[in-house]
Design a protein. Structure first.
Length: 347
């Protein structure tokens, strides 16, 4: 029987109207209930690896806003953490990792332990599946991972921010060594996502937030090809589960990324013209995005006009409403409620 969940219908190629909506980072720091639980947890990794806490954080925005999807509360760096790379989250500074800088460090990474060490995250997915079947039966559950290039950026540079010069330099100076790191990440990502599906995830999303830093040849080698291999392997293992890919700042390469990787939905970042994307991306592929997160902070006319432009461009094709990047901490929750009211009233 065809799913009645709106997000799954869109990812099967149906033009659903109004489009289903969810927001990247919809569970997080803009919600007071999240901040309370984060303070109780004390440590971000402790929050991600406590199934009761992580499931609660995931469900908080559903209770407030009734989104069409929940996305697992976790972090893309839980994969290198699960493989044994030391990771901490410094308050006000973001993630800090012990850099993977040479062949010995790459050899020390062990994809085979991901399923064991990340077991609490899979337990979170199972708890979410049970809770959502009971209380949010029409809402889809999204599992996710970072794509290999973006995760490699943090692993090699050892932190976020900047333009990841050490990672890009390694890819140019020693492409065979960098390919070895990408291969390790592919294997770990496949194991990680397959376990999420087994626990109850219905959609998988791959975040390649730093894809736009690469030149065209690098984009092909380090974004398109690894994503294609991950999608193909998981399609063989979990044929019923659709993929959304988000290659941020990919610009004119985005339609090629969507077509070449075999994904069912493709994310637009804030900079992309949705009218252009609607024409450039194959008609059966869902397009997701792309309201500026700052328009959501501003609210009012800025938010409403931006939303209407996206809706006008997407009408008549498979589409998912979202932001062009993650929701920011200063977003007033009442603006999110206002956005959902605009979307639900779309004609």
């Amino acid at each position: 029987m065809q799913s009645q969940k709106r997000l799954l219908r869109v990812l099967s190629g149906e033009a659903v109207w109004p489009p289903p909506a969810w927001l990247m980072r919809q569970a997080g720091r803009y919600l007071p209930e999240y901040r309370n639980l984060r303070a109780e947890a004390g440590d971000f990794i402790a929050l991600c690896t406590n199934p009761a806490w992580a499931a609660e954080v995931t469900l908080q925005p559903l209770r407030r806003f009734g989104f069409d999807a929940a996305i697992l509360f976790s972090d893309i760096l839980m994969v290198p953490w699960a493989m044994g790379q030391p990771l901490r989250f410094a308050e006000g500074e973001g993630p800090r990792l012990q850099p993977v800088a040479d062949a010995a460090a790459i050899a020390g990474l062990d994809p085979s332990v991901v399923a064991t060490r990340a077991a609490p995250i899979f337990e979170t997915v199972a708890r979410l599946r049970s809770a959502m079947d009971r209380d949010f039966a029409e809402t889809a559950l999204i599992g996710f991972a970072g794509s290999p290039f973006t995760v490699a950026c943090y692993m090699v540079d050892g932190k976020g921010g900047g333009e990841f010069a050490a990672t890009r330099l390694l890819a140019h100076r020693d492409p065979s060594l960098f390919a070895r790191l990408i291969a390790v990440l592919e294997e770990a990502t496949i194991l990680y996502l397959e376990a999420q599906v087994k626990a109850g995830a219905e959609v998988l999303m791959l975040f390649d937030s730093w894809a736009g830093l690469l030149p065209p040849a690098g984009f092909q080698s380090w974004v398109v090809e690894p994503t294609s291999r991950i999608v193909a392997r998981l399609r063989a293992l979990c044929p019923q589960v659709p993929f959304i890919g988000f290659a941020r700042l990919s610009g004119a390469a985005m339609p090629r990324y969507a077509a070449a990787t075999g994904i069912q939905g493709v994310g637009m970042d804030t900079s992309m013209d949705p009218a252009w994307a609607s024409q450039a991306v194959a008609s059966g592929t869902a397009i997701q995005g792309n309201l500026d997160p700052m328009a959501l902070v501003a609210g009012g006319a800025a938010m409403e006009e931006g939303t209407e432009r996206i809706l006008a461009a997407m009408k008549g094709r498979p589409a998912i409403f979202n932001l062009g990047h993650g929701i920011v901490p200063q977003t007033p929750p009442e603006h999110v409620a206002g956005l959902m009211a605009v979307l639900r009233g779309a004609r």
